[in-house]
Design a protein around this ligand. Structure first.
Ligand SMILES: [Zn+2]
Ligand SMILES: [Zn+2]
Length: 180
């Protein structure tokens, strides 16, 4: 991979996008750019669930953005405000194509206010950055890690995100170095 393209969809606050390049450059040692991408999210809305189909969004991203890049080695990350699901789960914080070139992260469930707690922007940003590094780790072929502090540890609830670090454990870092 040569670069990560960040595609903010649906107008996330600039601080969310601004929080990413530093940690992503450090984690993956590649270029990070923000690009615009027009997309109507309603095509991914599932009326029965009241949520957005994460896998369909990923596939759309792959064919309508990633496949059109002239430069090889581009990894595409969509950032969305709406609630994502995959059919077997109640919700997901994000999804990625393992060993592929597309990923998506939603910040819908990351804000403390959602859980009746006071707003905490640093906490929201920390959770968001961890989830983005996690999904991009999948793009770089990393799978879930049993080390609880590792960013590749699977998170079902926001509390799980808070328990892990934003960085890779030694084994995942070694695996990533092989893949990069
Ligand atoms: Zn994962
Ligand atoms: Zn690990």
């Amino acid at each position: 991979m040569k670069a990560i393209h960040l595609l903010p969809l649906g107008g996330p606050g600039p601080d969310l996008v601004d929080a990413l390049p530093g940690p992503l450059r450090q984690a993956f040692r590649i270029r990070v750019e923000t690009h615009a991408f027009g997309l109507d999210p309603e095509q991914f809305f599932d009326a029965g669930r009241g949520q957005y189909n994460s896998t369909r969004l990923l596939m759309h991203l792959k064919s309508h953005y990633a496949a059109l890049q002239q430069e090889p080695g581009i990894c595409t990350l969509a950032i969305v405000p709406f609630d994502l699901f995959i059919p077997i789960l109640t919700y997901v914080f994000g999804e990625a194509e393992v060993g592929g070139n597309v990923a998506v992260v939603s910040y819908h469930r990351l804000a403390p206010e959602r859980y009746g707690l006071p707003p905490d922007n640093p906490l929201l940003l920390a959770r968001f950055v961890k989830e983005v590094v996690h999904e991009l780790g999948h793009v770089f072929s990393l799978i879930h890690c049993s080390v609880q502090s590792c960013v590749m540890h699977s998170s079902s609830y926001v509390e799980d995100i808070d328990l892990k670090e934003g960085s890779f454990c030694r084994a995942c870092a070694a695996e990533l170095a092989l893949r990069s």
